[in-house]
Each structure stands twice: as structure tokens, then as C-alpha cells.
Ligand binder design. Structure first.
Ligand code: WQD
Length: 340
């Protein structure tokens, strides 16, 4: 079984990817320091997979600790690098912490991996690198715009760093950058899902917590945008679908079929939905009412963004399978499981 190191493997997308890796016949090895996740994720993974997943509690930015893991594990064939901070608003408050963690951990990885002959890296990027695009849907070739937050800037910088590192003479790094759109939902078992700490920033956990009575009401951030119902448009992708894109990326790196040392893919459904459509679809799919009101725009929100998913379909053979309604139903099932 090929060993794949998953940094941030106890996180939201990381944990779902660990399941898909294991079920595709790889041996995932998790590193995580639980700074933005919980240890209970490991028991959720055990319930789903019927065995423990190898795990090391280290900070991915700690080079010596990382060397220790790579030495102890041996034969790591590739790395999927999720470990990073991801809250847009918090990044405005604590920009240096974001640069230190997100850029720092990538630099550490890129310095340490060659010492152990590890040449394959899948990187968690984000549609946030496009900024506010001029034309929709966005293609991988759509020029990036200035990011609206330090968080977004860390993703742009990390992409640039990977390009430079892979392009340096004698470098053996091969990398795939996956630009995620808006991941939502949870594993069908409801044993793992999104675990926002404190008040959620993202739409779907706010919706499910409101439906569950944990929040009084959802505020929809603006209904005066130039969209069909005035609310923002996003491309919501089920987290298990998104996880599967990582398996295709790892396989492509291992097969060495890519014509370039760094490839970039949008990972979205290719469809946009407004915030109101999401709320209405949630209500239909779950039978739950969501108390909401319209508030002011949230600074930094782009009016609309969704993926052109042609390249990921043609090159990685990846297509999303889960509808918006089913994705939202899985988020609700997860919310209910948290209350137990
Ligand atoms: C979705 C829509 C809000 C909360 C961010 C990052 C992105 C990615 C995912 C992550 C927007 C609206 C939200 C609420 C609302 N990266 N909304 N009321 O901003 O599209 O993307 O998270 O790690 O890089 O930028 O996601 O879920 O915050 O918002 O009306 O209480 O829901 O305005 O239109 P976003 P989101």
C-alpha cells in the first residue's frame, strides 16, 4: 500500500480525504496538532474505516518533528498538504499568524521533503486566488486578482512558492494545486463533518446551527448584488466529492503523466447558487425552517464566483456526484449527530 502523508488530516477536508484514500487502497498517515480540529475526528475515522489510521501529533511547520515522522514512517510516496488557517475574517485580525502558519508550514515541507526523496505534493488552494473575477465561470487560466484578505494572499503566495520551487534547477518536485470552491456537507455516516470552533463564519454551519435552534437567526449578507435574487453566488461542492479529487490528483502525480511539473485544477461543480437558493434548498431537503433576515453586505465578499470544471473533468476524470440538496441533507444529518 502506498503511504500518503496528509497534513491537517484531522481537519474538515483532510479527514474526508483520509477516508477516500484508505478506501482507494492507499495508506494515509495523518499529521495534525489539533489547533483547529479535534481529537474525536480520529475515532470518527476509526468507526468508518474499522481500523486506526497512523497519526502523529506534530506542528507541520516544525522541521525536526516532520523529519522524525518521515524517518519513522519511511517510504512516503506523496503528501497532501491541508494544514493551514482558513478563516478570512480572522486573517485580517492576525495577518502575521496566517503568513507564519500557512506560508511557513509549506516552506518547511518543501525544505524537508527532498531530504527523504518525497517528490509528490498536492496542495490545498482556493478559488479565493481569483479575487473578484471579470468573467464567469472562472477557468484555471483566468488571471488572479488581488486577494481580498491575508488568508487569500497566503494561498496566492503558496501557489507561487510551489511554482518557483518546482521550477528550480535540479528540483524533483511535482505538484498539483487544487483550487477548491465552497466545500459543504459531511460523510454519509455522519461520523465526521465540519467542526467550526465558536460562531461559524461559513454559511452552511450557520444554517444548520440556526435550524437546530443553536443560533437565533441567519443574517444573509446583502440582497442588492447584481444576481438574479440579489444575493451572492457560490459554487458549493460536497466535501466527499472534493475529497475524491485528491485521490485522482495523487494518482496522476504517481503515474507521472502530467506534461508540467505543476498543474492547477478548479475543483467545483461548475454551477453557481445564490444564498437564498441554498437556504430554500436546505428547507426543502430537510423539512426544517431557517429563520433569516437580510443584513448589510459583508466586506470582502465577491458578488459571484463559480468554477469552469472542464479541465478537472477532462484531465483528472473528475465529476461531482452529489446534488446541492443531498449535500445540504448530509450537513443536517451531521448537525443532528453533534447534538447526541
Ligand atoms: C458563502 C456565502 C456569504 C455566512 C470562504 C473563503 C473561501 C473558502 C470558503 C476556505 C457568501 C454568505 C455566509 C452568513 C451569509 N475558503 N453568508 N451569511 O466567503 O464564499 O468563501 O470560505 O477555507 O476561500 O473566502 O464562504 O461560507 O463564508 O459564504 O449570507 O452568516 O454565504 O456572504 O455569499 P465564502 P462562506
Amino acid at each position: 500500500m502506498k503511504k500518503i502523508l496528509v497534513t491537517g488530516g484531522a481537519g474538515y477536508i483532510g479527514s474526508h480525504t483520509v477516508v477516500e484514500l484508505a478506501q482507494a487502497g492507499f495508506e494515509p498517515v495523518i499529521i495534525d496538532d489539533f489547533r483547529n480540529s479535534k481529537e474525536s475526528v480520529l475515532s470518527g475515522l476509526r468507526d468508518i474505516l474499522g481500523r486506526d489510521v497512523p497519526f502523529h501529533r506534530i506542528d507541520c511547520g516544525d522541521a525536526e518533528a516532520l523529519r522524525g515522522v518521515l524517518r519513522a514512517e519511511g517510504n512516503i510516496e506523496g503528501v497532501i498538504h491541508f494544514a493551514a488557517f482558513k478563516a478570512v475574517g480572522e486573517s485580517v485580525q492576525k495577518p502575521l499568524a496566517y503568513f507564519r502558519n500557512n506560508v511557513g508550514s509549506l516552506l518547511t515541507l518543501l525544505e524537508v521533503l527532498p531530504e527523504f526523496g518525497v517528490e509528490n505534493l498536492v496542495f490545498s488552494s482556493s478559488c479565493t486566488v481569483y479575487g473578484n473575477p471579470d468573467a464567469l465561470p472562472v477557468r484555471e487560466t483566468t488571471p488572479t486578482k488581488p486577494a481580498s484578505s491575508p488568508y487569500g494572499r497566503t494561498k496566492q503566495m503558496c501557489e507561487d512558492i510551489i511554482h518557483d520551487a518546482a521550477g528550480a534547477p535540479g528540483n524533483r518536485l511535482h505538484s498539483i494545486l487544487l483550487r477548491y470552491f465552497n466545500p459543504i456537507g459531511a460523510h454519509a455516516s455522519a461520523r465526521i463533518g465540519e467542526l467550526p470552533l465558536g460562531v461559524p463564519n461559513n454559511l452552511i454551519p450557520f444554517v444548520t446551527q440556526t435550524a437546530a435552534g443553536l443560533r437565533e437567526k441567519l443574517t444573509i449578507f446583502g440582497n442588492d448584488y447584481d444576481t438574479p435574487d440579489g444575493t451572492n453566488i457560490r459554487d458549493y461542492i460536497h466535501v466527499v466529492d472534493l475529497a475524491k479529487a485528491h485521490i485522482a490528483a495523487v494518482q496522476r502525480l504517481l503515474d507521472r503523466t502530467a506534461p508540467e511539473v505543476v498543474e492547477t485544477f478548479n475543483v467545483g461543480t461548475g454551477h453557481g447558487n445564490t444564498v437564498l437558493e441554498v437556504v430554500q434548498t436546505f428547507e426543502r431537503a430537510t423539512g426544517q425552517k431557517v429563520n433569516y433576515s437580510i443584513g448589510p453586505r459583508r466586506p470582502g465578499d465577491v458578488p459571484a464566483i463559480y468554477a469552469d470544471a472542464t479541465k478537472v473533468a477532462e484531465v483528472l476524470g473528475f465529476k461531482t456526484e452529489t446534488s446541492l440538496a443531498d449535500s445540504l441533507a448530509s450537513a443536517w444529518k451531521w448537525q443532528l449527530s453533534l447534538a447526541k
